[in-house]
Design a protein around this ligand. Structure first.
Ligand code: ATP
Length: 234
């Protein structure tokens, strides 16, 4: 479904991605694990068109993916950015409708809003609340709900559990599994490697801009080097 081939991204003199190749099949949850600064967000931002890349190729459903954020969304990919970035002065409902701003299938938009409310009952309860006053966990749910409102086939999730209390972390990962059941494909970037590997089918390890390991989530979780470096056990 998505194929990233030999991607190189630079920030001025910093070579942030050094020939990264990954692929994702339809219906999978694939996770990229890696330490701070490994290049995880850079990879997602290159796919979603926010960052230009110097070298490499990204194809989606067999076609070249343009480096243009609105076109990428129209093609069926949405990114839920790290730090949530909800529109703080708008209501929950208006934030959700903004997720659908490139669509004009009004009937389907309403149906999708109901699906989002079923997935996140908390957002339904608070649909008229100003988003900036939501708790961190609620803002994360809103950002995911807003992403779903673009009706994507592929969701790029950047650190969805960052800064959340343990109970909410579990809720967010349960919801990721539910989103996959809705037929979506998910590329999940996480520092919480343990949780990410528990929901993913396959995983890539990104270290200093390079993929250093790939395999089934189970294989990666059982690898002794990964256990000591990312899972806190030896
Ligand atoms: P984290 O988990 O901390 O978010 P990450 O794996 O997502 O880390 P990136 O944010 O992709 O890592 O950063 C990769 C490298 O590129 C880091 O060394 C970072 O300092 C650098 N970098 C990221 N954004 C910029 C920027 N706008 N200008 C210069 N360097 C940047």
């Amino acid at each position: 479904m998505l194929k990233v081939d030999n991607l190189h991204v630079y920030y001025g003199g910093i070579h942030a991605l050094k020939g990264v190749s990954i692929d994702i099949n339809s219906g999978e949850i694939v996770t990229i694990i890696g330490a701070n600064g490994a290049g995880k967000s850079t990879l997602l931002n290159a796919v979603s068109g926010f960052l230009k890349y110097k070298e490499g190729k990204i194809t989606y459903k067999g076609e070249n993916l343009p480096s243009n954020p609105s076109k990428v969304v129209k093609d069926g990919i949405c990114q839920v950015p790290e730090g949530r970035l909800v529109f703080a002065n708008l209501s929950v409902k208006d934030n959700l409708y903004l997720g659908a701003y490139l669509r004009n299938d009004n009937k389907k938009i309403k149906e999708d809003l109901e699906k989002v409310y079923t997935l996140f009952p908390r957002l339904k309860e608070r649909e008229n609340q100003i988003a900036g006053t939501l708790s961190g966990g609620e803002q994360q749910m809103l950002a995911m709900g807003r992403g779903l409102m673009s009706n994507p086939d592929l969701m790029l999730l950047d650190e969805p559990s960052l800064g959340l209390a343990p109970l909410l972390v579990q809720t967010v990962f349960d919801i990721i599994v539910d989103i996959r059941k809705m037929g979506k494909t998910i590329l999940l970037v996480e520092q919480n490697a343990y949780k990410a590997l528990s929901v993913a089918d396959r995983a890539y390890v990104l270290e200093q801009g390079k993929i250093t390991m790939k395999g089934s989530a189970k294989e990666i979780a059982e690898n002794p080097n990964i256990k000591s470096a990312y899972l806190g056990t030896a």
